[in-house]
Design a protein. Structure first.
Length: 150
C-alpha cells in the first residue's frame, strides 16, 4: 500500500520527476530558488548548520514555480516540503511560509500507517516529526481547497 501511495505521488507531482538537477542557487532569470533547505526552526539553513553534527532533522522545499526544463520560464507545479528526521527522538519542526502562501497539506508521515491528506497546518505551526521518519507536505495556494486526497 505504501509503495502504491508513493507511485501515485510521483505521478501526481511532476516536480518529483524533473529531468534535470535542481539548484539551491537563485535563478536570476525567473527570480527564485528551485530548492531551499530548511532547518527545524522553519528558516533557510545557513552554511554553518551543514557541519553541525546535532542537525539531524531538516527539510527540502521544492518550489513548483521553478523552471521545469532548460527553457527559462516559471513552472506551475505544486510546491512540496520533504522533511527528514535522522534523529532517534521527536523533533518539533516549524512549517515555513513560502511565496505568500502559508497553508500546508500533509501527504505522508512514515510513522502513521493510515492514509493521509490532512490540512489545517499553517506557517509557524510546529509539527512533531517522530524519530527516523520522513514527511511530505504540499503548500496550498489561495485557490486550493485542501480537500484532495490520494
Amino acid at each position: 500500500n505504501f509503495v502504491r501511495q508513493l507511485t501515485m505521488l510521483n505521478a501526481r507531482y511532476p516536480i518529483l520527476r524533473r529531468s534535470r538537477f535542481l539548484s539551491a542557487r537563485e535563478n536570476e532569470a525567473i527570480g527564485l530558488k528551485e530548492i531551499t533547505w530548511i532547518n527545524a526552526g522553519g528558516d533557510e539553513m545557513e552554511d554553518g548548520q551543514w557541519s553541525d553534527s546535532r542537525m539531524q532533522c531538516f527539510g527540502m522545499l521544492l518550489d513548483g514555480r521553478a523552471q521545469p526544463s532548460g527553457i527559462r520560464q516559471r513552472g506551475v507545479d505544486a510546491t512540496l516540503l520533504i522533511i527528514l528526521n535522522a534523529h532517534h527522538d521527536l523533533v518539533n519542526f516549524t512549517l515555513p511560509g513560502h511565496a505568500g502562501d502559508e497553508r500546508w497539506r500533509l501527504l505522508i508521515d512514515t510513522n502513521v500507517e493510515a492514509k493521509l491528506a490532512k490540512t489545517g497546518f499553517r506557517e509557524g505551526d510546529a509539527y512533531g516529526v517522530t524519530g527516523r521518519s520522513l514527511l511530505l507536505f504540499q503548500l496550498l495556494g489561495a485557490n486550493d481547497e485542501g480537500g484532495a486526497s490520494l
